[in-house]
Design a protein. Structure first.
Lengths: 376, 193
């Protein structure tokens, strides 16, 4: 008896389910995509999240307000200062505390430095996901590390700073901060320029990002997209302008918007935002007043009066909202976190319509998610 | 790439409240709602059966135009459950909080996905963590917790740090760790070879 090598039945083209993640280098953490593909085309997709869920909201109900700040460091771990700041702001709103002006300036300096550090990280990973592995990581991390060093000098920690306080900041800036920033600013300016030169006009990069992962402004607003992703669609919504907080109403900066809402526009908006952040930093460093860094009327035990408040701020990834309900005790009665990555990720299936499998990685990277923020 | 630099500074959101209240009164005529101010926010409480129709009006009415859903939060008030919607209008730049109270024994409310698609995961999260049923949601399956998780962890009756089925065991143990008394640090030179 001879074996016949021909197939027993006629092969047919069928739709297939492809699983990506949760352990996949392009998912930026533990995120799983289930793709329904027809050949190379993605015909449907589902996001599976929750692998990093730590129950921050429940944990916060058992911690005192002062302790909750540390939990916020661990949400979006690439924008620690921004997270802390939002929680501190909402507590200040409940208690009617106003931080001194120097503290507000210090906060804004750190927030904008953190925004640049976060966008550099985005640049590094986005380049890697479009196929420029290694190079962009080196460039992005080179400058980011310099910022990280400043953070360490200011707060004592590279990442989990625990620096913002209700009514101000933990301590004043180090004595040589001016000199440090004097060194850092030209380095960042050069760094952003070099990053720009490396990718923005690169033919292969353009091919991989232009017209890919398009989302319309109407869809984006309806899906709750925010931050650079929303602005890339042409919607000039920036919380720093829409509902100015801290000292942002006194600062001069532009809100860059894109036109097409594709991966390339999302990239361009972030590159421009880094330059705008540098502009803000210059103004904040120039205007940095002398004085105390903590309000004097903040009690040791924080007990906000009965009530509730919702505050949202412009984080590097978008609108970060915190909703706190206080029942007059020293721990929040309820704390809800609106993570920008969590909400932005809902737009992924819309952006992924009719994309190629290879583009799925680029589209995901262009949203710039942090899983600590998605899963909370 | 265009930049929007010369945007006028936004007037305080609170400045528009009298106008907003008038518009609400007109748009929600026939809906028995109550409104109050909490700090700088206008809070409207709706009966559960009117949520979907009222939200449609809130989004479509030209003087309200709440096109952006910021957040949906569940709250456990022990006596009842509550769903809180934080809304924002991109064009008119004002905000509103909408609240709905639901009974503990059968918390059901209409899903607002037909109005804002971005409600999807917020509702799945509230359903999973509070046990609130959002009627009309296309796929109300668990989002964050692992498969087979029992209970609704964000309810107040769900004790923190206690696994389901081991409540009795946890009640015997004190929650706070007892710290041993601090030892006196050895004096300099003492015990050195």
């Amino acid at each position: 008896m001879t074996t016949d090598a021909r197939p027993q039945s006629t092969p047919q083209t069928i739709e297939m389910m492809v699983n990506m993640g949760p352990q996949h280098p392009s998912t930026h953490g533990v995120f799983r995509m289930v793709l329904q593909v027809d050949g190379e085309r993605v015909t449907g997709m589902e996001s599976v999240i929750g692998y990093l869920h730590r129950g921050t909201e429940k944990l916060a109900e058992g911690e005192m307000y002062r302790q909750v700040i540390t939990l916020f460091d661990r949400l979006d771990y690439l924008a620690n200062f921004n997270n802390e700041h939002t929680f501190v702001m909402v507590t200040e709103k409940l208690m009617g505390v106003k931080p001194p002006e120097r503290a507000e300036f210090i906060r804004v300096i750190l927030l904008e430095l953190n925004r640049i550090a976060s966008h550099l990280m985005y640049y590094a990973a986005f380049g890697a996901d479009t196929g420029v592995f290694g190079t962009t990581f080196m460039y992005g991390f080179r400058e980011r590390e310099r910022i990280q060093a400043v953070f360490e000098a200011v707060s004592g920690a590279r990442m989990m700073h625990n620096f913002m306080r209700v009514g101000g900041v933990k301590n004043d800036l180090p004595a040589n901060f001016d000199a440090m920033m004097g060194d850092l600013m030209p380095v960042l300016e050069r760094g952003v320029r070099e990053c720009d030169d490396l990718l923005t006009t690169n033919e292969i990069f353009l091919e991989r990002t232009q017209g890919i992962g398009v989302i319309s402004a109407a869809d984006a607003v309806n899906l709750g997209l925010s931050g650079p992703n929303l602005r890339a669609c042409g919607v000039p919504y920036d919380v720093r302008r829409a509902e100015p907080y801290s000292i942002y109403d006194k600062l001069d900066f532009d809100v860059p918007v894109g036109a097409r809402g594709d991966c390339f526009d999302r990239y361009l908006v972030r590159m421009e935002e880094m330059r705008q952040s540098l502009r803000i930093l210059k103004q904040a460093m120039k205007g940095l007043p002398a004085g105390p860094v903590m309000a004097t009327n903040v009690p040791k035990g924080l007990r906000p009066p009965k009530g509730e408040a919702f505050v949202c701020t412009e984080n590097p990834r978008g609108e970060f909202g915190v909703y706190v309900i206080s029942d007059g005790k020293d721990r929040p009665y309820r704390l809800k976190i609106r993570g920008p990555s969590f909400v932005n990720l809902m737009s992924l299936p819309t952006m992924m319509r009719n994309a190629y499998i290879a583009d799925a990685v680029v589209i995901l990277a262009s949203i710039d998610i942090v899983l600590g923020d998605v899963d909370r | 790439m265009t930049t929007h630099g010369a945007q006028p500074p936004t007037p305080a959101v609170t400045a528009s409240y009298p106008e907003l209240e008038a518009a609400l009164k007109e748009a929600l005529a026939g809906v028995p709602y109550t409104s109050e101010y909490i700090l700088d926010e206008l809070v409207v409480t709706l009966p559960p059966e009117h949520v979907l129709s009222a939200c449609r009006v809130l989004k479509d009415h030209p003087r309200l135009a709440f096109d952006y859903l910021r957040c949906i939060s569940g709250v456990d008030w022990v006596a009842n459950l509550q769903v809180v919607y934080h809304l924002w209008s991109m064009s008119l730049r004002h905000k509103l909080v909408v609240k709905v109270n639901l009974p503990n024994d059968n918390p059901r409310v209409a899903s607002v996905i037909p109005v804002w698609r971005g409600a999807d995961w917020h509702e799945r999260e509230a359903a999973e963590l509070f046990g609130i049923v959002f009627e009309g949601h296309p796929d109300l399956k668990p989002l964050l917790l692992y498969e087979g998780f029992e209970g609704y962890p964000l309810r107040k009756s769900f004790a923190q740090g206690v696994k389901p089925g081991r409540e009795a065991e946890a009640a015997e143990k004190p929650r706070k760790a007892v710290r041993p008394p601090a030892e006196k640090p050895p004096e300099k030179g003492e015990g050195a070879p």
